[in-house]
Design a protein around this ligand. Structure first.
Ligand code: DX5
Ligand code: ZN
Length: 216
């Protein structure tokens, strides 16, 4: 199976976002990955709804929205209003994760749960059947362009086993430090979807990198 490719616009040119979104629309990218940060859960702030409204209007691919914020359930209506397909919330920010997952589904979106590098895969045992996707972080969230944490490959293997054992239908997405080299190993370990920011946008020809990732 070819990987689902979800380029992260965190590494796009913010002074000409429309140009980069049009490039993604033309490319073989499957989804658009949108990173929302609050400066509380993660040590950085990215963009908010006034900017994302315009991004959503231009984007012709399903939105894969990654919320690196505390109390993400507060923003379910705003995220839905963007036309979001997949809403990713962090395991670490949701003490009532089961409820949040239900709320996301009731709002008409696909719920996904994200785990930080230090969060064990096994903690997902009782939620993995309820979500459409698990997003495994390959870096500590907050910034693009960081070095891939090697243990992520092993976590993808463990998650693939957990999904098989529990009969879950969840997809496995990996975010952070993904490039052609790490992407190939993640696919071999059982990933379904790859997020890539820096690898795409720092390349002289981003569409070519998307094509290469798509054909890993
Ligand atoms: C990190 C974000 C990622 C980031 C990935 O906190 O969640 O989506 O944009 O960037 P790269 O691919 O550059 O590691
Ligand atoms: Zn992300």
């Amino acid at each position: 199976m070819k990987p689902i490719i979800s380029p992260s616009i965190l590494s796009a040119n913010f002074s000409n976002l429309a140009h980069d979104i049009e490039m993604l629309n033309r490319s073989e990218a499957d989804w658009l990955h949108i990173d929302i940060m609050d400066g509380v859960f993660v040590p950085n702030i990215s963009f908010g709804f006034p900017v994302l409204k315009h991004v959503a209007k231009l984007a012709q691919k399903p939105l894969d929205v990654h919320l690196m914020i505390v109390q993400p359930e507060k923003f379910i209506p705003e995220i839905k209003a963007l036309g979001t397909e997949i809403m990713n919330v962090h395991y670490e920010t949701c003490p009532h994760l089961h409820r949040v997952v239900q709320q996301i589904r009731e709002a008409g979106m696909k719920p996904a749960v994200t785990i930080n590098p230090a969060t064990p895969v096994l903690l997902l045992q009782d939620i993995v059947r309820e979500v459409d996707m698990v997003l495994v972080m390959g870096v500590n969230p907050g910034f693009g362009g960081q070095k891939f944490i090697e243990n992520t490959v092993e976590k993808v293997r463990q998650l693939r086993e957990l999904i098989a054992r529990t009969g879950s239908k969840a997809l496995i997405e990996v975010d952070g430090g993904v490039n052609l080299e790490t992407g190939a190993r993640l696919m071999e370990a059982g990933a379904d979807a790859l997020v890539a920011g820096n690898a795409v946008f720092s390349a002289p020809n981003p569409e070519e990198v998307i094509h290469a990732l798509k054909n890993l």
